[in-house]
Design a protein around this ligand. Sequence first.
Ligand SMILES: Nc1ncnc2c1ncn2[C@@H]1O[C@H](COP(=O)(O)OP(=O)(O)OP(=O)(O)O)[C@@H](O)[C@H]1O
Length: 502
Amino acid sequence: MNNQPSGLMLAGVSKRFGATHALIDGHLHLRPGEVHTLLGENGSGKSTLVKILGGVHRSDAGSITLDGVPVNSRSPRAAMDLGIAVVFQEVLTAGNQSVLENVWLGSHGMFRRRLGRAGQRSITRDVLSRIAGEVPLDLPAGQLSLSERQSICIARALVRRPKVLILDESTASLDVKSRDLLFVELRRLKAEGTAILFISHRMDEVEEISDRVTVLRSGRSVSTVDRSDLSIDRLITDMTGNSGHDQTRRLPHDPGDIILRGTALRLSPASAPIDFELRAGEVVGLAGLEGHGQDQFIKRLAGVAAGPGSVDRILPEGDKGLTERNGDDLGVAYLPRERRGESLFESMSIRENFALPTLAKDRRGGLLDTRNTARRFEAFAQSLSLRFGAGQDAISTLSGGNQQKVLLARWLATDPKVLLLNDPTRGVDIGTKREIYAILHRLSAEGMSVVILSSEIDELVELVDRVLVFRDQAVFAQIDHSNLSTESIVAAYFGQKSEVHT
Ligand SMILES: Nc1ncnc2c1ncn2[C@@H]1O[C@H](COP(=O)(O)OP(=O)(O)OP(=O)(O)O)[C@@H](O)[C@H]1O
């Protein structure tokens, strides 16, 4: 008779990377039939723990058991064989392979053969319809949206019917509809006895789905809290070791002169044209269900997407056309949504990734003064609480949230007049998010204008002067500061106009 507790038990698990102690004495009990959230600041060790469970890293010390049986996965396949399925933080799909092939990528030949092609199709259709709606199985994955590609990664884990399902920030790339569908599916799996380890920096999600929450701080498990005792303040205190991260809702204020103007911008041939004016010191939010035009709109403002209509940067001495090439010279900075591919240089160091567009600031008589680069980087690293080993380390050694902070620092360092941010705090912990909001509040008070596309409604309510909500490739509603609330934004998402919308 096995007296070991059922589920996944971790005791004293630790892992070092060179001088970095990523995980120290990690403890966790994940029970069958629960959603257990792992919460912690960027770099606190969550992904390291997940990668140990998923057979990507080997722990240096400690014990892990599943239903009393030692887990010592030497590879992702070994973990899978034990019934542990992990959806990793980055969206990992092969763009030129079909949706169907992507879902079955990496599974055993035997397992696949047993099901046959027809079986694979029907299981995939069934799983995807539950978590993402209709997705064409034969389309190359590269043609799908980020959210749909993430749903493929989740489906890849689900078709294997795991005992333990681990979702490492998997919701960060999902649109609202798919996230809601996933939560319904998680509740169903939970009722069937699946043990679910959930990681997210979004407190609304943590509150909604968690049965228990374990907090990691600097690689150590510091507390485990039951759903009935959940309080955001308590969780933040456990995460940070102090309680200094107060919410700071933006106050109404008078913006300055027009600094950027979009005229008759059309996001699709049939959609209504959009006129848009951005004033100095304004912070404007863009929102909407995924695929409704807000992403295209911010890309048009940034000059990285083309289409009918024009975007003009209004300079004090008069109008001047904005082109893709001179956007930076005109003080317009754009932070794209996808870290990989769109903005990170994976073969470069942390400091190089930060400094690339601003190296001219470090030239002295034609020579590069790297000490100056280091000084500039250090200042941003401090204000954004960047957790890293050394500036020369490869960017890939940083946790996901810390990579995002380096990119934000890169564009803040250009001293932009207009900062265009495409979902900038995705993967950033709540303490740092609030530090970023404070920085943006300060810079906008000094006259910088910000356009921020965010999938996080609380972030918009806290940060912006007004929100444009997109539907069907057009602006459906503009919600002004005095009417900003979670309810008013969500109502507009789903096409409900109330009298508060202008
Ligand atoms: N391959 C690696 N080489 C060197 N250091 C690493 C490596 N992987 C992780 N680290 C370091 O280990 C620490 C923990 O990182 P980890 O990715 O586990 O954090 P996290 O809690 O998942 O953060 P985030 O919320 O940002 O995803 C960080 O300091 C990170 O820089």
